[in-house]
Write a protein that binds this ligand. Structure first.
Ligand SMILES: CC(=O)N[C@@H]([C@@H](O)[C@H](O)[C@H](O)CO)[C@@H](O)CC(=O)C(=O)O
Length: 310
């Protein structure tokens, strides 16, 4: 495979959909749905950036070979349609992460993101930074993002501590995807960040609070199906119309709190996306499960009542 020229290093802003991974009903990758998926995000949701193989994409449940096939297909189909494709390359094994980082550079991704390894956990922010540095060394020119999601990894270091002097270790460092509720840590990331970094928020149900702190954008699962509404939320916030911004945010909170009572997780979220978009995303991979059909119908009905078609 020929090595592509490094992607243009443009600051990542606005909405980024954390994509679901399409599977066939037999649980194999369904790459044929990716083109339609990109068109759906762009045309129906007004979302122009994607984050692939992350939590929502069940990245940690995929083999390295599958992650490469997916990253390649997302980049290929996004060309000329999406502004940026960020490939999550974090793994338990440093070697696997390095292989995926190198591969992302070869296929023309605009950036890579890395989660903290969570079986053997880094004992401090400095150890975690060393791990991130080793991954980035396999794709040294590719914009690099730290993916902070402590509730999932159990790695409870402050993101702000990870950012300390990070560019001296990782010259390609361009920001953090902050998927946590600690808004003090988030604010400190913003106040420490360099102008060319992107500090992106990842708890969709409280995006508005992060905008007040100065978030440069947001990465999340719900932007797959409420992206067009959240674009309006961001515009309202920018115009100072907090009443309108809250109105949209509260509807998203209502949807998620309703779904959580029925057992909302990545598998159920994927079911909701299939229902809303008409895309054939298939089942999640074990250990995730589909929820009972009646619950899926209730969640979809709730979605349609909160966000009726115009
Ligand atoms: C734990 C989790 O899955 N968090 C989601 C959120 O978008 C989340 O689904 C949403 O806020 C609803 O709770 C994202 O932060 C994850 C994400 O961006 C990813 O898929 O990498």
């Amino acid at each position: 495979m020929s090595v592509m020229a490094p992607a243009a290093d443009t600051k990542l802003t606005g909405l980024v959909a954390a994509t679901f991974t399409p599977f066939t009903t037999q649980g194999e990758l369904n790459l044929s749905e990716i083109g339609r998926y990109i068109d759906y995000l762009k045309e129906k949701q007004g979302v122009n950036n994607i984050f692939v193989n992350g939590t929502t994409g069940e990245g940690m449940s995929l083999s390295v070979a599958e992650r490469k096939m997916l990253a390649e297909e997302w980049c290929k189909k996004a060309k000329g349609k999406m502004d940026q494709v960020i490939v999550h390359v974090g793994c338990m094994s440093l070697k696997d992460s390095q292989e995926l980082a190198h591969h992302a550079a070869q296929i023309g991704a605009e950036g890579i993101a890395v989660i903290a390894p969570s079986f053997f956990k880094p004992s401090s922010a400095d150890v975690l930074k060393k791990f991130l540095q080793e991954v980035s060394s396999s794709a040294p020119t590719l914009p690099f993002y730290y993916y902070h999601i402590p509730a999932v990894t159990g790695v409870n270091v402050l993101a702000r501590d990870v950012l300390e002097d990070i560019e001296t270790l990782i010259p390609s460092f361009r920001g953090v995807k902050f998927s946590a509720c600690d808004l003090m840590d988030f604010g400190q990331c913003i106040s420490y960040s360099a102008p060319h970094w992107s500090v992106l928020y990842g708890v969709d149900e409280q995006l508005l609070a992060s905008l007040a702190f100065g978030a440069n954008g947001a990465v999340g699962s719900t932007y797959n199906y409420v992206g067009s509404h959240v674009n309006k939320l961001i515009t309202a916030f920018e115009k100072g119309d907090l009443v309108q911004a809250r109105n949209i945010q509260f509807k998203i909170q209502e949807l998620i709190s309703f779904a959580k009572k029925l057992g909302f997780d990545v598998g159920v979220n994927k079911q909701l996306m299939s229902e809303v978009s008409g895309l054939r995303l298939g089942p999640p991979r074990l250990p995730l499960m589909l929820c009972p059909p009646a619950n899926a119908v209730s969640i979809a009905q709730k979605y349609h009542s909160l966000f009726p078609e115009p």
